[in-house]
Design a protein around this ligand. Structure first.
Ligand SMILES: [Zn+2]
Length: 118
């Protein structure tokens, strides 16, 4: 990865469209995204922060833009505490959250406007 791409990956900011297109999949249209959200079924609850809830039939994706890749911030506090947020690689919405708890994905938080932070 180039330095610029690396910066974008970890900090956000702008990269040329052409490169972004190569890194990310095509963005679903609003209509497709709405359909994906309405079809999503949340799987069994998880017990540890190393597991991930499964979502069918589309898997986990960003509720705002449909992107499936996200990046963790790393633990923001000291062991044995664990506090971490995960952002969508495309639009930087927070899609996952750990606060001394199992991983919470935004898709589980339909009642909270898909915001896992509360
Ligand atoms: Zn997104």
């Amino acid at each position: 990865m180039t330095k610029k791409l690396n910066e974008w990956y970890y900090d956000g900011g702008r990269i040329p469209r052409k490169i972004k297109k190569k890194v990310l999949d095509r963005k679903p249209t609003r209509k497709v995204l709405r359909k994906m959200l309405s079809e999503t079924v949340v799987g069994e609850p998880i017990k540890t922060m190393f597991e991930r809830v499964t979502f069918s039939p589309h898997g986990d994706f960003c509720p705002k833009c449909g992107e499936t890749s996200y990046i963790g911030s790393g633990n923001k506090t000291d062991y044995p505490e664990h506090w971490e947020s995960f952002r969508c690689l495309r639009c930087r919405t927070i899609v996952g959250y750990i606060d001394n708890s199992p991983f919470i994905h935004a898709l589980e938080c339909k009642d909270n406007d898909y915001n896992p932070v509360f």
